[in-house]
Design a protein around this ligand. Structure first.
Ligand code: PLP
Length: 236
């Protein structure tokens, strides 16, 4: 059973914490979008959060997402794919509004093709691998200029910013240097001549560290556990 009241309460709490963090950084709270990550939770959990006014939802698996998108198609929801996108799944992404995890130019081009075929606009973020963790997805900084350059040809799936999934740390403050570094990467790309319009979003911050991320300039926080509760099983 879904505890709708608990989801409503936790959502209000997360929103209040985002507002306070924005206040500390003298940022407009409206410049931070909350993406409720509903992976592993059923469509009824999405429904409960949507009833509480939540608009943006995130999933990390295409198949699981498509099912929930179908089950909640009566609701005004913007869907985000926050997990890795395999290139053989790009044809299925026409129902997403934003994909946070693009890490090479060919993948971006395939999504653009799928968006055109679906008659939709899909915004893309380039996932950055700052820690150079070879097991993780994401592009190294030196690969980013080529990705942004290629993306200027996009017709339906423009690149609009950067995404970071930092190494897991216990202390939220230990994530701060990574968030600062993503902002610095953004500055270097601007200096390199990348259009500011392609760098307007910074997707960073999860349940345990979204307040620090907001203090460091995040425009999209991806929050699951703090809204929906603990996940009983883990999907990578
Ligand atoms: C699961 C997931 C999140 C949300 O994680 P929580 O710790 O539950 O807030 C955010 N981003 C990505 C890419 C995820 O896979």
């Amino acid at each position: 059973m879904i505890d709708s009241a608990a989801i409503r309460t936790r959502l209000a709490d997360v929103r209040a914490r985002i507002e306070r963090a924005a206040g500390r950084a003298r940022r407009d709270p409206a410049s931070v979008r909350l993406v409720a990550v509903s992976k592993t939770f059923p469509a009824d959990a999405v429904r409960a959060a949507a009833d509480a006014g939540q608009l943006d939802f995130g999933e990390n698996k295409v198949q699981e997402a498509l099912q929930k998108i179908e089950q909640t198609s009566d609701l005004p929801i913007r869907w985000h794919l926050v997990g890795h996108l395999q290139s053989n799944k790009t044809k299925k992404v026409g129902r997403f509004d934003m994909i946070h995890s693009v890490d090479d130019a060919a993948l971006a081009a395939k999504v653009d093709e799928a968006a055109r075929a679906a008659g939709r606009r899909i915004e893309l973020l380039a996932q950055v691998d700052l820690a150079r963790e070879t097991t993780k997805h994401g592009a190294a900084e030196d690969a980013l200029p080529a990705i942004f350059d290629a993306a200027r040809a996009a017709q339906a799936a423009p690149l609009v910013g950067l995404m970071l999934l930092p190494p897991a740390v216990d202390d939220p403050d230990a994530a701060r240097p990574y968030f600062r570094e993503l902002r610095a990467v953004r500055e270097r790309l601007l200096a390199h001549g990348v259009d500011a319009f392609m760098l307007r979003e910074l997707s960073m911050g999860m349940s345990h560290d979204f307040e620090v991320a907001v203090e460091e300039g995040s425009t999209l926080v991806r929050v699951g556990t703090a809204i929906f509760g603990g996940r009983s099983y883990v999907r990578s």
